[in-house]
Structures are given as C-alpha cells and as structure tokens.
Design a protein around this ligand. Structure first.
Ligand code: CU
Length: 330
C-alpha cells in the first residue's frame, strides 16, 4: 500500500468516525445499547475516542478482508473454470505489506492511547481527596481532611427482594441491585483524587461514567482521579470477584454543583456551613447554633468533638456526633 493511499484511507476513517463522536450519550446504559457510553468526564471521553478510533480501524480492516475474500470466491469460482495456482508458495512483497501495515496501524493507535493513559494517571493538583476502602461487601468513603466518612452498602429494598426470592421487574425496581443506602456525593467541575484500598480481599471500584476502574487491594494504595462535568447520579459496581456477595456491593456517585456539595459536606459534619452566618445562641429550632464553642472548635480542627457536661440531653449532642460509627479503615 502506497503512502498516499494510506493517508487517504486514514482520512476516510476519521471522516467516518466524526458523526459517531458527535453523538451525545447519557451516562446510564440503555436497553440494547451496543456501544460503550461516552461518560461524563474528560477521561471517559478519552477512553471513548480511543475505542472509536480502534473500532473504525477494525471495521475498515474487516470490510477490506471480507470484501477481498468475497470477490475472490465469486470471481474465481470453480463453475467459471478457475484453476488454482498450485505452484505459488510465497510472496516477499505481500509478506512485507502485511507486516508493515499492521505495525503502522498499531503505532497510529499507540500515540493517542499513550498520551491519554499518562493523563489518566496524573493525579497532581487535585482539589480534594476521597479515600475508598473495599470491604466484604460494602464500600467506605472518607473525605480526607474533612472529618467526614461513611459506609455505603446495598439498599434495603434490593436486599429484601433478593433475600425473599421475589422476581424484581424494571417498572417497580429500575435500580434493583444498583442502589445504595449512602451515595458518594461529589462536586462537579472539581479535580478529585481517589486513594483506593481494601480491608479484606481484592475489590475493584468501577463507575463506567467516570471512565476507569481501579483495583482495591489490601495493603496497597492505588490512585485515580476524576473531574465530573455534569451533575447527576452515576452507578457502578465492584468489578473484582470478591466473595459470595460480590454482585451485591454497588456504587452510586451523586455529582452536585460545588455550592450544594459544600452544604452537604457541612451537614455531614453536623455543623453549619463555615461561611453561613451563625444564628445567635438561643434562636429557636436551630440545634447547631446551640453548639458549645469548644465543640465547634474541635470539629473545625478535625478532632472528635468534646461534648460539654451540661449539654442539653436532646438535639445538640446528637447533631454534633459523627454521621455514623464507621469502621476503622485499614
Ligand atoms: Cu468487591
């Protein structure tokens, strides 16, 4: 194949791929969806583009090879009196072509793929870090430096259906086995670094819309990052066979605008947003405003809040407590 011809052919591939790249896809898979989704991050779009490039190259190869076979079978068929060339053993020219062309194609695909892969591992300049720990059979999320952490496990409805043996249906339970009790809430348009590990066996944290999956291995801390472009709910699952309930440890990421995220984070700490005005002590019905100054200081410094001895027996002490007693991360 001559260089000019190859250039023309490569340009043809690019033109064919354009309309497909332009099609927007929602993050959730659709019934009978055949192609991978575009996802909602720059990384997932990179993966999608690399996939489409490889797919179209394969399509062109397939059409050329099967087309050549079809033409050969039809034009040189026995009924037309074709005689096989029994003296043919090999052709150096052909061998060079079918070695050089695949190598050129691999190099063509390797360049964009490598740069995308390097970008995928670059966790520098992240604005926040979430530690993800896999357990049999749930996830634990810790917002590092924020004093917020909780576990996330299969939602009660899915669990009841699966234990009862009842037949779930899409109409009543559209997210059967894909819902959790506590979603991982993340801000949009923020570079978020994940440090991923496990406490017992190997798990893998995988949300297709984010564009990657990362193994969670006991004793090893893996890294990944994301920057979610659109608010929404993105679902995933553990992607490593980790025991009998491996199929029952889904992941749900709820991406919200930054302001909403800050409010949510503050609510998880049990304190008002640091930027929100503090209601004077004694204001009715506002438990956080009644927090003891020492407790507030402890919480802001990331320490366990010291509950004052004379604290009212109801709301304030409970409000200030950690969202739930989370297991100690390994
Ligand atoms: Cu798992």
């Amino acid at each position: 194949m001559k260089a000019g011809c190859f250039k023309q052919w490569a340009a043809g591939v690019a033109v064919m791929a354009l309309p497909v790249l332009a099609q927007a896809q929602a993050a959730d898979p659709k019934p009978w969806q055949l192609n991978m989704g575009k996802g909602v991050t720059h990384l997932s779009q990179n993966a999608y583009e690399a996939h489409m490039l490889a797919l179209w190259i394969c399509v062109v190869i397939g059409v050329l090879v099967f087309g050549a076979m079809a033409v050969a079978m039809f034009r040189f068929r026995h009924s037309k009196g074709a005689k096989p060339d029994t003296s043919f053993t090999h052709s150096t020219k052909l061998e060079i072509i079918w070695t050089v062309v695949p190598v050129a194609l691999l190099v063509l695909m390797a360049f964009p793929a490598t740069s995308k892969l390097i970008n995928m591992y670059d966790t520098r300049d992240a604005e926040m870090t979430v530690k993800i720990t896999g357990y049999q059979w749930m996830w634990k999320y810790d917002y590092l430096g924020e004093d917020v952490g909780f576990t996330s496990r299969l939602d009660r409805t899915s669990d009841e259906i699966r234990q009862s043996g009842a037949q779930p249906n899409m109409a009543d339970n559209p997210h059967y086995l894909l819902d959790v009790d506590n979603m991982l809430v993340l801000p949009t348009d923020t570079k978020i670094r994940f440090v991923i590990t496990a406490d017992d066996v190997i798990h893998a944290w995988w949300v297709p819309a984010l564009g990657w999956k990362q193994d969670a291995i006991p004793g090893i801390v893996n890294e990944a990052w994301t920057e979610i472009e659109a608010p929404g709910i993105y679902r995933g699952q553990c992607a490593e066979l980790c025991g009998k309930d491996h199929g029952f440890m889904p992941i749900v990421v709820k991406a919200v605008p930054k302001d909403e995220y800050r409010q949510w984070l503050a609510s998880q700490r049990g304190t008002p947003d640091a930027e929100a005005p503090v209601v004077p002590a004694g204001a009715e019905g506002n438990a956080p405003a009644q927090l003891d100054p020492q407790m507030l200081e402890d919480i802001q410094q990331g320490d366990e809040p010291t509950v004052p001895v004379d604290a009212a027996p109801d709301a304030p002490a409970e409000e200030a407590a950690a969202p739930e007693a989370a297991p100690v991360a390994g």
